[in-house]
Design a protein around this ligand. Structure first.
Ligand SMILES: Cc1cc2nc3c(=O)[nH]c(=O)nc-3n(C[C@H](O)[C@H](O)[C@H](O)COP(=O)(O)OP(=O)(O)OC[C@H]3O[C@@H](n4cnc5c(N)ncnc54)[C@H](O)[C@@H]3O)c2cc1C
Length: 421
């Protein structure tokens, strides 16, 4: 491998891309590495963008500096360059300025882009949140007394609402589904979590579709399908993200017709020889969870990036990638954590509730625990994640909870691994 002049090319200079580069060096790869990123920044952490960044003006700490990447990891860094195409026959990544980067192995880690609201073209005050630039613009707009409409009651929408409330804005969440977070955590837990919004004084309008954004040059509100108008100075869409794959058109890289992610096998190999994918952009069969999935969480992107690079560079050491998905979210001073899947026969809150500021919910199928959700129980969620990984029974999970029913200890920066080695 080391002899190949083209070396490893990683497209997407964020979490999964960085972890790919780091793990390549960690396992002893000495060949050339090129990291291509559309953003002009060194890789940075996105989770704070909807949380502390909006509230206390702390700028995100880079996951790794340009200097570390170049000097310590020996990476050729192409920041501010968008990959515009991939040619598998000549093994080239084409950049938007026409420049061509040869690869021997490639890892695609282009993540996802925030989905925008229809009809928002050019209207000031309407935002999406994915990048540090998006977050800076939203931060400027979140002021004392601002009327904020958050579209979508998912995790990012909830975090934006929480941040907006803490700077003194008045917030309404508009959600199309009849219960929030159904896809992510199921109806039982979604409905329970929605009570956090009530306790914080945030109005949540469920089953509501936005038919119109009001205003001529600047947004003044939104119109709902029932005719109701909700006034707004700021509208933020938290309606999901779409995998960033448009640049792969015509490349032969097969995309999943459901969800649009890059179809990978269990080794994170795409349909094109020598090309792997990792992070929010990748869809792969996850043996532990017995299903194909595409994750949109920090821990999964980090783990997948690291594995994709090793599999790409050292086929003799390749391992199938499997994981129990895990994510966290912070709203109104509470930490929500989830492990596994909510696609289960049964979902039940087995202890606690929102009023007591902590709970544990278990998800099971055929008597096996397949998922767990917690509110302010950080010590428990990691143990439950291990039980899910071991395919334990839901009874084992209940016993675990009974053994030490009190709250867990504060978790240091949950799910966050360290940056550069
Ligand atoms: C506001 C916010 C808050 C979040 N909070 C949490 C949380 O609390 N907990 C949690 O578990 N997860 C959270 N996440 C999710 C987590 O941040 C993502 O799962 C993670 O960033 C995915 O990493 P990635 O490297 O796969 O993709 P991304 O971080 O999306 O990075 C992809 C990179 O590729 C670049 N790119 C795209 N197309 C091209 C191209 N054609 N050429 C070159 N470069 C390209 C993009 O510009 C980007 O820099 C949050 C995400 C957001 C946006």
């Amino acid at each position: 491998m080391d002899g190949s002049k083209a070396g490893l090319v990683v497209v997407g200079a964020s979490l999964a891309g960085l972890r790919a580069v780091e793990s390549a060096r960690r396992v002893g790869y000495r060949g050339p590495i090129t990291l291509i990123g559309e953003e002009v920044h060194a890789p940075y952490d996105r989770p704070p963008l909807s949380k502390q960044f909006l509230v206390d003006k702390r700028n995100p700490v880079p996951l790794c500096t340009e200097g570390e990447l170049r000097e310590r990891l020996g990476v050729r860094l192409l920041l501010g360059y968008k990959a515009a195409g991939l040619d598998p026959d000549s093994r080239l990544v084409r950049l938007d300025d026409g420049y061509r980067v040869p690869y021997h192995r490639a890892v695609i880690a282009t993540g996802a882009k925030a989905r925008g609201l229809n009809g928002s073209g050019g209207l000031a005050g309407v935002h999406t949140l994915r990048t540090v630039e998006d977050a800076s613009t939203i931060r400027e707009a979140l002021t004392l007394g601002a009327r904020v409409v958050v579209v979508g009651a998912g995790f990012i929408g909830a975090e934006i609402a929480s941040s907006a409330v803490s700077v003194g804005a008045t917030v309404t969440i508009v959600e199309a589904a009849l219960a929030p977070l159904v896809r992510a955590v199921g109806e039982v837990v979604g409905t329970e979590l929605a009570r956090l919004h009530d306790l914080a004084g945030v109005r949540v309008v469920l089953g509501a579709r936005i038919t119109e954004l009001l205003g001529t040059t600047r947004v003044t509100g939104v119109r709902l399908a029932d005719g109701q108008g909700v006034p707004a100075d700021v509208v933020v869409a938290g309606i999901g993200a779409v995998p960033a794959t448009e640049w792969l058109s015509g490349s032969g890289v097969v995309l999943d017709p459901v969800g649009g992610g890059i179809v990978c096998d269990e080794f994170l190999r795409t349909s094109v020889a020598g090309v792997y994918a990792a992070g929010d952009v990748a869809s792969w069969p996850n043996a532990i969870m017995d299903r194909r999935m595409r994750m949109e969480n920090w821990t999964g992107a980090a783990e997948q990036g690291a594995r994709a690079a090793i599999n790409a560079l050292f086929p003799d050491r390749a391992k199938a990638f499997e994981t129990v998905p895990y994510f966290w979210s912070d709203w109104y001073g509470s930490r929500i954590q989830f492990a596994g899947t909510a696609l289960a026969e049964r979902a039940e809150i087995v202890t606690g509730d929102v009023e007591h500021a902590q709970f544990v919910a278990l998800y099971s199928t055929g008597g096996r625990v397949v998922g767990a959700a917690t509110l302010n129980r950080p010590a428990k969620i990691m143990k439950l994640r291990r039980l899910i990984e071991r395919r334990s029974s839901v009874d084992d999970a209940v016993q675990l909870l009974e053994r030490s029913p009190t709250a867990g200890v504060p978790e240091p920066a949950a799910g966050r691994a360290q940056s550069c080695p």
